[in-house]
Design a protein around this ligand. Structure first.
Ligand SMILES: [Zn+2]
Length: 382
């Protein structure tokens, strides 16, 4: 079977990074690609390849952001983790808001975006479910450094409790198999901790402020330790790791994906957190009650950004959507992103795990704040 010119162009466009990975000359690459596809090369393909204008792109590493906030007055120490599932913005936006507050009593360790690649892609797990990677994980898994980083925080000596925030599907009060609007515990009691009692008290308080009966919170006990559990997969989760390996209490706080607005998802997360703060004697400035009643102000804003590129060693700053023409074989390096937390670039059609790659003719970089695209930067080689 022979590739015609159009097919050759299409395959080259679909597999642009093979060149980078193999680091071959064009002729060897064409042969390599042919072997990969199990097809015989046509001379016209070399012609097609001549029309392609490659350039090389280098992006900065994705930031792993954690925040340590300690008050002058003594209190408990809570580790709060958001965004382990990338399509759950209520969870990571709530932790992001906390990272902008001061702590006046106790201590907060905050990780708003524990799975930033999935957040940028707005999918549950760009590399599979990260919340099933805590029992064991191959070092070649792209999530490996992120899971190790989370484990380091979970195992910090002075952390008293770990809270993992999620936006789950459905409403647990209506459907006992749904994960939304509940606090998930792995067992009613584990070691000296009464996980059920704590969750029940928090839920009892929160439900006083929940207007719709369908939105009320309840407890989801997965009985993860029981030989009869229907949730064996939970033994690979962050909370199970925290209980058994770090030997600390852990809870999953779940609002519902089906709540009508991001506002309500974040509000319910902050409400649950406000009662955990009372239990563990943590106070913020301003207090969480104030933040909840002025949530619009904390939630919605449109950050500015400044991207500092170096293109063939010439500096270039970009602050808005733009199309940039570059010579073929250029080196496009994004050196720095100046903006707020959660702002990063997402190359369209490229594996989001890659920090550098070669493309042909054009590339679109979406400037995103989490799941929202703020601007589009296009590079055209020619
Ligand atoms: Zn989740």
């Amino acid at each position: 079977m022979t590739l015609n010119q159009e097919e050759a162009r299409r395959y080259l466009e679909e597999f642009p990074v093979i060149v980078l990975e193999m680091d071959l000359s064009r002729r060897k690459f064409v042969i390599g690609l042919t072997a990969l596809l199990g097809k015989v090369i046509a001379p016209s393909m070399l012609l097609a390849a001549n029309n392609l204008k490659p350039f090389h792109v280098v992006l900065p590493p994705k930031p792993k952001q954690s925040f340590y906030k300690e008050g002058r007055r003594k209190g408990g120490n809570i580790l709060i983790i958001g965004g382990i599932h990338g399509n759950e913005p209520g969870a990571y936006k709530a932790v992001d808001i906390l990272s902008r507050l001061d702590v006046i009593q106790g201590r907060l360790i905050l990780i708003p975006r524990s799975n930033f690649t999935s957040i940028l892609a707005n999918v549950r797990g760009y590399n599979g479910d990260m919340n099933r990677k805590f029992a064991s994980l191959n070092k070649t898994d792209p999530d490996f450094p992120w899971v190790c980083w989370l484990k380091e925080h979970i195992c910090l000596n002075d952390v008293n409790v770990v809270l993992s925030l999620h936006d789950g599907a459905g409403f647990h009060i209506r459907n006992k198999r749904a994960w939304g609007e509940c606090i998930v515990i792995d067992e009613a009691n584990y070691k000296e901790w009464s996980l059920y009692q704590t969750a029940a008290w928090v839920i009892g308080q929160v439900n006083k402020d929940v207007e719709s009966p369908w939105h009320r919170f309840s407890i989801y006990n997965t009985h993860t330790f029981s030989p009869f559990t229907t949730h064996r997969e939970q033994r690979k989760s962050l909370t199970y790791y925290t209980l058994t390996r770090a030997k600390k209490p852990a809870f999953c706080l779940e609002v519902s994906k089906q709540l009508p607005s991001l506002y309500l998802k974040v509000k319910y997360h902050l409400l649950m957190l406000s009662y955990f703060f009372k239990l563990y004697r943590v106070k913020t400035d301003p207090p969480l009650e104030y933040v909840i009643s002025n949530l619009e102000r904390y939630l919605y804003h449109h950050p500015q950004f400044r991207l500092v590129f170096r293109i063939n060693n010439h500096p270039l700053e970009i602050r808005e959507s733009k199309t940039i023409k570059i010579p073929p074989k250029s080196e496009v390096k994004l050196e720095k992103i100046y903006s707020e937390n959660g702002v990063f670039v997402s190359p369209v059609g490229i594996n989001l795990n890659w920090q550098q790659f070669r493309v042909y003719n054009c590339l679109q970089l979406n400037v995103k704040q989490d799941f929202q695209t703020m601007a589009k930067i296009k590079f055209l080689a020619g």
